[in-house]
Design a protein around this ligand. Sequence first.
Ligand code: SER
Length: 312
Amino acid sequence: MEKILIIGACGQIGVELTLALRKAYSNQQVIATDIREEHELLKGTGPYAILNAMDATALLEIIRKEKITQVYLLAAVLSATGEKDPKRAWDINMQSLMQLLDIGVQEKLHKIYWPSSIAVFGTSTPKQNTHQKTIIEPQTVYGISKYAGELWCQYYHDRWGLDVRSLRYPGLISWKSAPGGGTTDYAIEIFHEALRSGHYTCFLEKGAYLPMMYMDDAIRATIELMESPVEKIKSRMSYNISAMSFSPEEIAAEIRTHLPNFSIDYAPDFRQKIAEGWPQSIDDSAAKADWGWKSEFDLKKMANEMLTHLKS
Ligand code: SER
C-alpha cells in the first residue's frame, strides 16, 4: 500500500494537493506536514504533523514510523522572498532537497515529487514558446536553487535509480490558500482587491507578460505526472507545463467584464526586474507527448472561477 508524505502541506500548493491526494488515495494514506500550524482546510481531513523540512532526523523518523513510500517536497522560499535573503533561500531550498534525495535512496522510496519553476529561465532564454531544453541562466536565487535541484534530481535518478519527478510551474493562481512570496502573486492579489476595494496597484509594470496556471490544472498535472507509468517519464530534469499567459492590463480587462468599475494603476518594485527575466510563454510539447498533459483553464475560465469562489 502506498503511503504518502507531504512536506509543506500548508502552502499554496500543499493544501490543495493534500486534499486531492486524500481523495485519490484515502485520508489515512496521506500524511500532511508543515513547519506551521495545520491549515484550516486540512483540519479533520487526515493525519497532520509539524515537520521542519530542514530536519533530516525528524524526516527519517516519520518516514520510517509511517512506512512512507512517496514524498512530495513542497517547502521552498520563492522568488521575491528569496531575493531578500539569498543565502537563507539557498540553504532552505537545497538542504531540504539534498537530504530527501539521500533518504530516498537509503529507504528505497518508490517516488519523490519536487517542483521546479519558470524561474530557472533568465534574460538569455528565448522569451516566446520557451522550450524545455534551452539556454538556462537563472537570475534569482530561487531560480538558481531550482535549476541546481533539477540537475541533482536527474543525477540521483541516473546514478541510483531514484524515481524523482518534477514540473516547472508557471505562476499559480488559486483562492483556497494564500501564495507565498512569488513574483506572480499579483495575479491573485488583483482578484482580492477587485472585490474588496475595486482598485489594485500592481507591483509589476504594464506589459509584464507572464505564463500562469490555475491551481486545478497544476494539481491535476502533478498527480498525472506522478501516476504515469515509469516508462513515460523521459525527462528526469523537470517538465515544462503551460496553460495561459497574460499581462496585468489583460487580467484587469478580464476582471472588468465582471466588475465594470474596477481600476488598476502601476507602482513597479524590485519584482518587475525578476518578471522581465522570465519567459512570456512556455512550450510544453514534451509533457504533452510523454504523459499526455493538457491544460483546461484559460484566462476567461480562470477569472470566472476566482471571482465566483472569492465572492462566496
Ligand atoms: N510563482 C513563482 C514565483 O513567482 C514562480 O515559480 O516565485
